[in-house]
Design a protein around this ligand. Structure first.
Ligand code: IPE
Ligand code: IPE
Ligand code: MG
Length: 251
C-alpha cells in the first residue's frame, strides 16, 4: 500500500452499523480488460490494485476482516497462460508488498487447498503469513485454490478420523465442531458478501460461512470497484434488517 492520508469514514455511515467482516468475490477482471482492448491478464493486474485500495479503506474505516476470493478450485479450468499469469502475480505481489503490509499493520493469511500450489508460491505464502501473524490493524484473508465443497469434505474427513480414533462420538458433532475444521476456524462469519460484475451466484465461495451473511451484488466490474462503490455497498448494508430467524417485537 502506498503511504497516504487516512480516509475518514463518510458521515452518512454509522460506525455502529458497519460489517466486521466483509467477503468479496472479485469478479469481472477479464471483461474489464477486454472492453478496453487489453488482454484479460491486464484486468487481473488492475484488480490487484483495487484490492489494495479496498484493504486500505477497511483499515481506515475500522472493518477488521476482509476475505477476498483470488482463485477458485474451478479456476484451474482456465487457459494455462491465464492460470500461470495469476500464480506469478500472486507470488510477485506477496514479495513486493510484504514490507509495506508489515508497516501498515496488515495481517495476511490464506484459505484454500494450498498444497496444490507451486512450491515457490507456497513458500511466499508461508513467509507472509508468519511475518504478519501478530499484526492487528486489519486482517486480509486470501482465498487461493479455495472451494467450499472441498473445504467441507476436508472437514468431514478430519472429523471422521477423530470418530474412528475414538476421540469423538458422532453425537458430539455440532456446528461448532464442523466450523472449527474449516479453513476459517476462529474467524467470525462474514457480515457482508459483495460480488461484482453483475453475476448473482456464489461460485463455491464460503457456502457454510455465509448462512446469515447479507448479500450485495453490483454490476460494477471488480477493477472499477473503488472507494465510492464500497461506500454504496456499506450504505446498503446499513439499511438491512438482520433478523437471524427472529421476529422484531417493535415491528
Ligand atoms: C475474476 O475475474 C478474477 C478471477 C477469477 C481470478 P474474471 O477473470 O472471472 O473476469 P470475467 O468474469 O472473465 O470478466
Ligand atoms: C469466482 O469468479 C472466483 C473468483 C473471483 C476467484 P469466476 O469468474 O471464476 O466465477 P464463475 O465461473 O463465473 O462462476
Ligand atoms: Mg468471472
Amino acid at each position: 500500500m502506498i503511504a497516504q492520508n487516512l480516509s475518514p469514514l463518510p458521515i452518512d455511515l454509522n460506525p455502529q452499523c458497519l460489517p466486521q467482516h466483509v467477503a468479496v468475490i472479485m469478479d469481472g477482471n477479464g471483461r474489464w480488460a477486454t472492453r478496453q482492448g487489453f488482454p484479460r491478464v491486464a484486468g487481473h493486474r488492475q484488480g490487484a490494485r483495487t484490492l489494495k485500495a479496498l484493504l486500505r479503506c477497511c483499515k481506515d474505516w475500522e472493518i477488521p476482516t476482509l476475505t477476498a476470493y483470488a482463485f477458485s478450485t474451478e479456476n484451474w479450468r482456465r487457459p494455462t497462460e491465464e492460470v500461470d499469469f495469476l500464480m506469478l502475480l500472486f507470488e510477485r505481489l506477496l514479495k513486493k508488498e510484504l514490507a509495506e503490509m508489515n508497516r501498515e499493520g496488515v495481517r495476511i493469511s490464506f484459505i484454500g487447498d494450498l498444497d496444490a500450489l507451486a512450491p515457490s508460491l507456497q513458500r511466499q505464502i508461508e513467509r507472509a503469513t508468519k511475518a504478519t501473524a501478530e499484526n492487528q490493524s486489519v486482517h486480509l484473508m486470501v482465498a487461493a485454490n479455495y472451494g467450499s465443497r472441498s473445504e467441507m469434505i476436508h472437514a468431514c474427513q478430519k472429523i471422521a478420523q477423530q470418530v474412528q480414533q475414538g476421540k469423538l462420538d458422532p453425537t458430539e458433532i455440532t456446528e461448532k465442531v464442523l466450523s472449527q475444521q474449516l479453513y476459517t476456524s476462529d474467524i467470525p462469519d462474514p457480515d457482508l458478501l459483495i460480488r461484482t460484475s453483475g453475476e448473482t451466484r456464489l461460485s463455491n465461495y464460503l457456502l457454510w460461512q455465509i448462512a446469515y451473511t447479507e448479500l450485495y451484488f453490483t454490476d460494477t466490474l471488480w477493477p472499477d470497484f473503488d472507494q465510492s462503490a464500497f461506500h454504496q455497498a456499506l450504505k446498503e448494508y446499513g439499511k438491512r434488517d438482520r433478523k437471524f430467524g427472529q421476529v422484531r417485537l417493535s415491528a
